[in-house]
Design a protein around this ligand. Structure first.
Ligand code: C5P
Length: 225
């Protein structure tokens, strides 16, 4: 693209799942592919932004024009995000594990005949989106979060925007059958301070481009003729 309205802007994007270790060979994880976050990072870079992509474990190649930081756990992701501030734009597309195993062990948990299966104590992970949305000198001017909902998508996303303190929420319906997680297409609502927009089904790459354009307009870029 020749339209580079985000030149001079710094953006950070989180993407992918996190893996929370149980022992050296096992982890708690989720089905996030990272596709949507990687596409957003690429779109923002194409629009001229300097982009840091903070990614959990994925099998994707990062766009060549972004700086990639790979992490495994939510705590590592949070540390990388904080170390990447200040930024003008933050897009939290990662599917961060809500909980981690409180005491991951350093040797493989053994299966023992006759013994009951192990149980694990979980503790909550930091909420990176809420943390980055907190008012303060390093809060990005625009913080965008995602919401994967299965019921009452709009009402839940509006409530989530308030609760997290972010500026926008991109909300999608991940109920069984929609094939969003792991798929290549997405139908979303964009929740902003001005209301709710229903976007049609589109490729995740197209969604990334549209979101990038919306972000550019928010930073005062004249609309592309
Ligand atoms: O309600 P939920 O926590 O699932 O909201 C999802 C949004 O919050 C996403 O933008 C996700 O990246 C972000 N999030 C986060 N850190 C967490 C949990 C969610 O940044 N620990």
């Amino acid at each position: 693209s020749h339209w580079r309205p985000l030149i001079g802007k710094h953006a950070l994007v989180t993407a992918g799942p996190t893996h929370e270790p149980i022992d050296p060979v096992r982890y708690l994880g989720n089905r996030s592919s990272g596709l949507q976050g990687y596409a957003i990072a690429g779109a923002l870079a194409d629009l001229g932004a300097q982009v840091i992509l903070i990614s959990g474990p994925t099998s994707l190649l990062a766009p060549s024009n972004v700086s990639l930081i790979r992490v495994e756990t939510a705590q590592q992701m949070e540390a990388a995000v904080i170390a990447s501030l200040p930024a003008d734009i933050a897009v939290c597309a990662a599917a961060v594990a809500d909980w981690r195993v409180a005491d991951p062990v350093s040797s493989k948990v053994k299966k023992q005949a006759g013994s009951p299966p192990p149980s694990f104590v979980l503790e909550p992970n930091p909420d990176i989106l809420a943390r980055i949305s907190r008012p303060g000198p390093t809060r990005p001017a625009l913080v965008v979060g995602f919401a994967a909902e299965t019921d009452d998508v709009e009402a839940n996303a509006i409530a989530k925007r308030q609760r997290k303190g972010c500026d926008w929420i991109v909300a999608n319906d991940v109920s069984t059958g929609t094939n969003v997680m792991g798929g290549t297409e997405n139908t979303v609502m964009l929740i902003t301070e001005d209301g709710v927009e229903h976007w049609p089904l589109m490729a995740k790459t197209t969604l990334a481009l549209n979101l990038g354009r919306r972000i550019a307009l928010r930073f005062g870029a004249p609309a592309l003729a």
